[in-house]
Ligand binder design. Structure first.
Ligand code: LRH
Ligand code: MN
Length: 424
């Protein structure tokens, strides 16, 4: 299903008067308004190919219907989202869940929808039907050299798929670790994993990046071999200049100060990108900004401050990706809400009076610093984010239009109620 441009224009005209009233109010007194709107227009977030269907847990999965059955239909759905908000101009593939049978055709189809391919993701956390050696006890850490080689070859294969699609980065997330004390020699697991990553790193094309994604627990529940930002930084540091850490917001222990981790990784020049989602307990993979929007704002505040300090391009110098699982929401509505939350947090961070904040920090004026920060956080920037969409040719209210056009009903008519998308 595609949404014709005239339907978006028609909808925008029906809500334009209200939007203008809100925008004029929100824009009043904003310094560098045009610069902020341009940054919002340019900021694109990659959509995970594995989050276009209904997710589940070990206790159950409740399909919503009309799910994409093929990679082509997944690209169509990401294209549909992009036509509504002009903010999701990239798709991140997971191999082998989404192996492009004809890369040239897939690349052309994506281009028709204004999409490029972001980081490709390897998968050595599941055994494939035709796989010789099991990853039950790990992949790149495995005690068995042949199993490590199998996992290394898979990652190199994933890079090849990425090159064909025009991607320029690979995300390596390892479920490797242990469930019980004594099960693993941590030192040897670390050394085997590093040696294995070095073989994958050696296969990276000149302009490519490798993102080393860390996670505190699950599916291993005693140790994870890339368990936190420090371990990921250790690997990325030893691998070389093309290796970076990847911050998945749900991969931290409770109460971790993620904004401080982001500030330090950025200061070290080793922050590669993000998997945005939200969580209250574990790796819940909930809608971005649905549980802790203040933390998301604080993370973007550190990103803007740290990227400006290094003269980095906000839109292009880091990998911006969503990684979520939709157990009870319509996957496309969930992704529309996640992108909105990311853009709102970014816009609020762009409103922080950084000079005044710095002055308050230099004066150790703690209360003043909080006032400056929360002034931005408590500013309703939704009309600024909507105006950026309008300028980009998208819908002023994507979710409202998505429902008005009964997109899910149409997808169910087109694909059926029982279709299941590959992914988590
Ligand atoms: C692991 C993870 C990783 C993906 C997977 C789908 O929890 O965040 O990024 O490979 O989810
Ligand atoms: Mn992730």
């Amino acid at each position: 299903m595609q949404i014709d441009k005239y339907k978006i224009d028609e909808f925008n005209n029906s809500v334009l008067k209200e939007h203008k009233r809100r925008f004029d109010f929100a824009a009043e007194g904003v310094n560098g308004l045009d610069g902020i709107l341009k940054k919002l227009v340019d900021f694109q977030i990659a959509i995970p190919s594995w989050a276009l269907g209904t997710g589940g847990t070990r206790f159950g999965r409740f399909s919503g219907g009309g799910e994409p059955r093929t990679l082509e239909e997944k690209i169509e759905d990401v294209g549909l989202l992009h036509s509504l908000n002009k903010s999701g101009g990239a798709i991140s593939l997971h191999i082998p869940w989404d192996i492009p049978k004809d890369a040239k055709a897939i690349k052309a189809l994506a281009a028709q929808h204004g999409l490029r391919f972001d980081a490709v993701n390897s998968n050595t956390f599941q055994d494939q039907p035709d796989q010789k050696l099991s990853y039950k006890f790990g992949s790149l850490q495995h005690v068995d050299k042949a199993t490590r080689k199998q996992a290394i070859d898979h990652n190199i294969d994933v890079i090849k798929h990425g090159v064909e699609l025009g991607s320029d980065s690979i995300t390596v997330w390892l479920s490797d670790g242990s469930c019980f004390p004594g099960q693993l020699n941590f030192r040897k697991a670390y050394q085997r994993t590093l040696e294995s990553l070095q073989e994958i790193y050696a296969a990276l094309p000149e302009n490519w990046k490798m993102f080393v994604e860390y996670k505190a627990f699950e599916p291993n529940f005693y140790s994870m071999t890339v368990g936190d930002w420090g371990q990921s930084l250790l690997y990325a540091g030893k691998l070389g200049p093309k290796a970076y850490t990847l911050v998945d917001l749900g991969h931290h222990l409770p109460n971790a100060n993620i904004e401080q981790i982001v500030a330090l990784l950025l200061a070290e020049g080793k922050l590669g990108g993000f998997h945005f989602n939200d969580s209250k307990y574990g790796d819940d993979d909930l809608t971005v900004g649905s549980i802790n929007p203040y933390q998301l704002f604080l993370i973007f505040n550190e990103l803007v401050e740290g990227m400006d300090a290094r003269g980095m391009q906000h839109a292009t110098d880091l990998g911006w990706m969503i990684d979520a699982s939709h157990n009870v929401k319509d996957p496309l509505e969930d992704l529309l809400q996640s992108i909105e939350a990311i853009k709102i947090a970014y816009a609020q961070a762009l409103l922080v009076d950084s000079k005044a904040l710095q002055a308050a920090q230099e004066a150790s004026d703690v209360a003043k610093a909080q006032e400056i920060l929360q002034q931005a956080y408590r500013t309703d920037v939704r009309a600024l984010v909507a105006e950026a969409r309008l300028q980009a040719g998208a819908a002023l209210q994507p979710l409202q239009l998505y429902r008005q056009l009964k997109v899910r009903d149409n997808l169910i008519k087109e694909r059926g109620q029982k279709t299941v998308a590959t992914g988590l």
